[in-house]
Design a protein around this ligand. Structure first.
Ligand SMILES: Nc1ncnc2c1ncn2[C@@H]1O[C@H](COP(=O)(O)OP(=O)(O)OP(=O)(O)O)[C@@H](O)[C@H]1O
Length: 249
């Protein structure tokens, strides 16, 4: 099982002074983040610090009030959002699979609608993506007949089938039973090793420590500290990060 990315060209991602408020709630207060081409950034931080909101500004599920989002140095804020979401795949905590469709159809649907692929090509691509996440045998199953971990791997395959240049993961394992977490993290680690540019919001500190190139600690809408996992976990500078780590490690 290798969730490699041979058919995509990863891009670098940059966030520049991103601000966003929901009414008076200033959720992002000037976020800067750089993810090199093919690198994985893990975003950690307390609940409500703005991690999910930050991810959503990258593929413009939410429009930032100000600041910029750059792919390979170019702003995407004026791009067509649908085209952008093909370049930037996202996996959510809830898998959001259509229950009345087979696993295969869940994947081909977007390929037919967004990529306008002919049926046979969509099916072939969907089957190859399912094989990459170890679920070739489940193509004709309904989501309800799969474990949560398998459903999440289908959701990853569905996002990968669109051949994105960046993948965003929003607490992709938080809804899973503990024994199912490992399989999903394994697929994500392979994707990272295969050279996909990724931003992973996670509470899995072991994953952040072992897979990330960069770990960014968010608190109250800003990245307070970012660096290599060894620096962030072994030699945290900011007192708030030290306090956070003392609670979660
Ligand atoms: N669509 C929305 N409308 C209004 N407020 C929102 C919306 N989405 C998020 N918020 C608020 O923004 C703040 C940050 O939420 P966000 O989900 O980004 O935090 P988080 O760091 O991902 O938290 P968690 O780890 O608990 O998921 C919270 O105060 C939340 O209530």
């Amino acid at each position: 099982m290798t969730a490699g990315t041979a058919t995509t060209t990863p891009v670098s991602l940059g966030l520049r002074d991103v601000h966003l408020a929901f009414g008076t709630n200033r959720v992002l207060r000037g976020v800067d983040l750089d993810v090199a081409r093919g690198a994985t950034a893990c975003v950690i931080g307390p609940s409500g610090s703005g991690k999910s909101t930050l991810l959503r500004t990258v593929n413009r599920l939410i429009e930032p009030d100000s600041g910029d989002v750059l792919l390979d140095g170019r702003s995407v804020l004026r791009d067509d959002p649908d085209a952008l979401r093909q370049r930037v795949g996202m996996v959510f905590q809830q898998f959001n699979l259509f229950p009345h469709m087979t696993v295969l159809r869940n994947i081909t649907l977007a390929l037919r609608r967004l990529k306008k692929l002919p049926e046979e090509e969509a099916i072939a691509l969907a089957r190859s993506q399912l094989a990459l996440v170890g679920l070739a045998a489940k193509a004709d199953s309904r989501p309800a007949h799969l474990s949560g971990g398998q459903q999440q791997r289908v959701a990853i395959a569905r996002a990968l089938a669109l051949q994105p240049q960046v993948m965003l993961f929003d607490e992709a394992t938080s809804a899973l039973d503990p024994e199912l977490v490992k399989g999903v993290l394994g697929v994500m680690a392979e994707l990272s090793a295969g050279g996909m540019t990724m931003v992973v919001v996670t509470h899995e500190m072991g994953f952040a420590r072992s897979v990330a190139d960069t770990v960014a600690f968010m608190d109250h809408g800003v990245v307070l500290e970012a660096g290599a996992p060894a620096a962030v976990f072994e030699a945290p500078q900011h007192p708030r990060l030290r306090r956070f780590l003392s609670q979660v490690l």
